[in-house]
Unconditional design. Structure first.
Ligand SMILES: [Zn+2]
Length: 449
């Protein structure tokens, strides 16, 4: 068994009293896992891989729609609403096939790797051909996403998404036909053909209470339970969804999900922006994870979700870049605290350590990778190294490395990324996708033409 030894100038490590920044840390890796972590190891020994900066757990991007990356910039012209943004999104969705999605998603996941993301939760509903026709492989699009993650060197949880209706039982619109399997049994049959690999795990998703009729929610929940798989769901991002749900069913979306067995510790509610007191109680009683996507929620003018309140009530909090208006896990993390400061006009709701836990351990657990997100023996060897000597990060004492990373660093400060012991980003360069910017530019331009 070959052992690789990494030497980190600084590392953010678990400690009985909470994480601390240690210096001169040796991290030994074998067979894709961390086998030993030793702080205060002195200077970099001969044969070790030197990592200057602060070593952190690889970050989990718990909510992604890879193809939304193609909208960047295009949706910043004029005003519009969430719903007009969605019309633009549907146009790009209509242009994708398995080959072009493989190319685009490879570039997007490579961008994520460069930003320090080592696992992505892909909330995937673009299943079929335009108009709803089936590909020869009914999972061709899902397989393209799994292959894209492999090419970019990161882990993926393919959250295959049940999407059947344009709203509370209404037929799918023309654009939505390719999202739909017809009914939840057909969804379950197709998803059951997807198989996990070393870098990929399969999870389930309910697009929303709009898109899955109430009578079919339990099929998805039961599939996830039987597969011991994560289950994700968009929840109350827009007040219009709450209003329509109350009209259709007389209860809030959270209550509807609870009544059909969708909530629980394997479940992640994404956004959870507009909740009642009882909704918060239902989510906390069921230990449901909450995935906040702050850069998307502010981009789409959704509002500020009650993340702090939910966390205090006992819900683990995770983070996602969702529409990829930007891909920067540090920006997502600090936005939780900064949003709360603006709302309350007080500081100090989230520590940097808590925010790194959201992007690390809790994010990974919500994606079905509980053995990732910590720098300790036995964990998967997934980590990232942030420069502490860039124009953004130079100055603070290294003991405040976590605060510096969360509140001042950007994705551009990521120097190294290791996934399963494989060094996929070295000195800021992706080792598998040589020119990520060109790959993004080329694939997105092709979709626009
Ligand atoms: Zn989403």
């Amino acid at each position: 068994m070959s052992v690789t030894t990494y030497w980190a100038e600084y590392a953010w490590l678990p400690h009985v009293n909470g994480p601390v920044v240690e210096r001169d840390v040796l991290v030994e890796v074998a067979d894709g896992r961390i086998t030993r972590v030793a702080p205060d190891g002195g200077p970099c020994p001969p044969g070790a891989v030197r990592l200057a900066g602060l070593l952190l757990p690889g970050q989990a991007n718990a909510h992604s729609h890879a193809f939304h990356r193609a909208l960047r910039g295009s949706v910043q012209v004029g005003s519009g609403t969430f719903w007009t943004w969605r019309d633009t999104m549907y146009r790009f969705a209509g242009a994708l096939d398995p080959d072009s999605y493989l190319a685009l998603a490879t570039a997007v996941y490579a961008e994520m790797a460069l930003a320090g993301i080592t696992s992505v939760g892909e909330f995937h509903y673009l299943h079929h051909a335009p108009g709803g026709g089936r590909y020869a492989d009914p999972n061709a699009m899902g397989h393209a996403l799994i292959e894209a993650a492999a090419r970019a060197g990161i882990r993926i949880t393919l959250l295959d998404t049940c999407y059947l209706s344009s709203g509370f039982g209404a037929e799918p619109t023309r654009h939505q036909l390719r999202f739909s399997d017809g009914d939840s049994d057909a969804w379950a049959e197709r998803v059951s053909a997807l198989k996990a690999t070393d870098h990929a795990r399969i999870g389930a998703a309910v697009h929303s209470v709009r898109a899955v009729p109430a009578g079919q929610l339990s099929t998805v929940a039961q599939w996830a339970t039987a597969a011991d798989a994560p289950l994700h769901v968009h929840l109350s991002e827009q007040t219009a969804e709450n209003d329509a749900c109350l009209t259709a069913h007389g209860v809030t979306p959270t209550r509807l999900l609870a009544d059909h067995g969708v909530l629980g510790p394997r479940t992640s509610a994404v956004h959870a922006t507009h909740l009642t007191d009882q909704d918060v109680q239902l989510l906390s009683d069921s230990s449901t994870n909450i995935c906040m996507c702050p850069t998307t929620e502010r981009d789409l003018a959704d509002g500020i979700g009650p993340a702090r309140r939910l966390a205090t009530a006992g819900c683990p909090i995770t983070l996602g870049s969702d529409s990829h208006a930007v891909i920067d896990p540090f920006e997502e993390a600090r936005a939780l605290e900064l949003n709360e400061r603006l709302r309350t006009r007080t500081r100090g709701h989230w520590t940097a350590n808590a925010l790194l836990r959201a992007g690390g351990e809790d994010g990974h657990a919500s994606l079905g990778w509980p053995e990732a997100g910590r720098i300790e023996a036995g964990a998967l060897a997934d980590f990232t190294v942030v420069a502490l000597d860039s124009v953004r990060t130079a100055g603070p004492p290294p003991a405040l490395g976590a605060e510096t990373a969360v509140f001042a660093a950007s994705a551009a400060d990521v120097r190294h990324v290791v996934v399963g012991g494989r060094h996929i980003v070295k000195d800021g360069q992706h080792q598998l996708v040589p020119d990520v910017a060109t790959a993004l530019g080329t694939t997105i331009a092709a979709l626009r033409s």
